[in-house]
Design a protein around this ligand. Sequence first.
Ligand code: NAD
Length: 284
Amino acid sequence: MRFSMDDVLRYKGKSVVVTGAASGMGEAAARILVDLGATVTALDINATKVAVDRTLTIDLRDRSNIEEVAASIDGPIDGLFSCAGLPGPPFSEWDTILVNFVGARHLAEQLVPKMSKGSAISAISSSAAMGWQGHRKVITELLETEGFDAAVEWLTANEKKWSWSGYAYSKYITDAWVSWWYPELASKGIRINCINPGPTETAMMPAFQDFATKEVVDQSVGPVGRYSTAEEQAWPLVCLGSPRFSYVGGTVLWTDGGWEGAMTMDRHQATWTDTADREMSKNS
Ligand SMILES: NC(=O)c1ccc[n+]([C@@H]2O[C@H](COP(=O)([O-])OP(=O)(O)OC[C@H]3O[C@@H](n4cnc5c(N)ncnc54)[C@H](O)[C@@H]3O)[C@@H](O)[C@H]2O)c1
């Protein structure tokens, strides 16, 4: 079959929503999507510099704000790129789990009824999610909650199970979420996937290095031997959301310069993963 290289990813004239569009990977994704001819609605708590079609302020910690913003976006929506996030300290563990998972999930659930057949949700998780499959029990308890308030209720009642790191827990659960939700979304013709980035040069990086130390962050650099750029994460994310990837659903794309593969094959060591695994295992 022959195809034209013009609009090869099929975004021309498509309507997409990008969260976290004010900075880093979300900003890079919004810029790429504008260049590819999509109509972009940018959502963030801060203002974006990208020349998108519409910008809306959203606070992903706030249920009613999420619902108001979602209600103001018309369908059909062909793509949701869920890029907003917090790194943990200096932000609270609560804000981190709310923005990274609870609010992101609530927004996606509000927008799904407006999403077209053939559309996709593409989220950003992290290579920090490595090994999530070994902790299904504690993850599933939160996945089973219905809606924002029920999730907050579970988090309040089970603070010890996740508050050792709202960031790590939010990433374990995001990897699980795409597999959990896809069977339901597939029946509507909607895909969901996520990328698992390794260390990336964005505004978030100093927070990781201050909190965990640079030495520990550097343990997550894969065989590629360097941090990635925001664009190097945005391109795989935009590709995942393209209808060209129509048979890719409920899965995780490791955008980590080969780190997870090297870890799996004992070709690399990262000691922090033992600590994370131990904390998750207390409840798994
Ligand atoms: N930078 C890294 O090394 C790295 C590695 C792995 C995963 N990630 C993940 O990538 C995603 C993007 O992060 P980034 O590195 O581009 O960081 P970034 O700080 O550059 O961008 C995050 C964006 O989220 C927005 N945001 C924060 N709180 C919000 C709220 N309450 N409501 C709405 N928007 C809010 C910020 O304003 C910002 O524009 C995050 O989920 C992050 O956890 C980052």
